[in-house]
Ligand binder design. Structure first.
Ligand code: SF4
Ligand code: SF4
Length: 107
């Protein structure tokens, strides 16, 4: 993440589906939450679970600002976002996001 980047806490980047490495999984499990509560496997690859089209760990405070409920243990890919100092860092939905949405619907 660029040094001068200031997150507006809109939560848009947490509507996608972070892929989880084994290291990510171990770090999150160490917080005491169970594997089933945050992790799902699609075609042999592990991801953060998604509920209502957002990461299961995305929270909203009383002022409507978003936050990560597992911030200190969040996946590596979340730590690196955004990788560039850009004006609008809200990610666009990709074909892969749509593919995963369809897979979840299929169960
Ligand atoms: S899209 Fe950008 S501003 Fe919004 S929560 Fe993510 S990093 Fe922060
Ligand atoms: S783990 Fe946290 S930072 Fe990563 S997508 Fe989920 S809510 Fe956002």
């Amino acid at each position: 993440m660029p040094k001068k980047f200031i997150c507006k806490r809109c939560g848009e980047c947490c509507k996608s589906t972070p892929r989880l490495s084994e290291k990510d999984i171990k770090r999150i499990l160490a917080t005491g939450i169970s594997l089933n509560s945050f992790c799902e496997e699609i075609n042999g690859i592990k991801y953060m679970k998604n509920a209502n089209n957002q990461c299961i760990c995305l929270g909203t405070d009383e002022e409507g600002m978003h936050y990560c409920m597992i911030y200190d243990a969040r996946p590596e890919i979340c730590r690196q976002y955004p990788s560039e100092d850009i004006e609008d860092c809200r990610p666009k939905k990709t074909a892969f996001d749509r593919y995963l949405e369809e897979k979840r619907k299929d169960g």
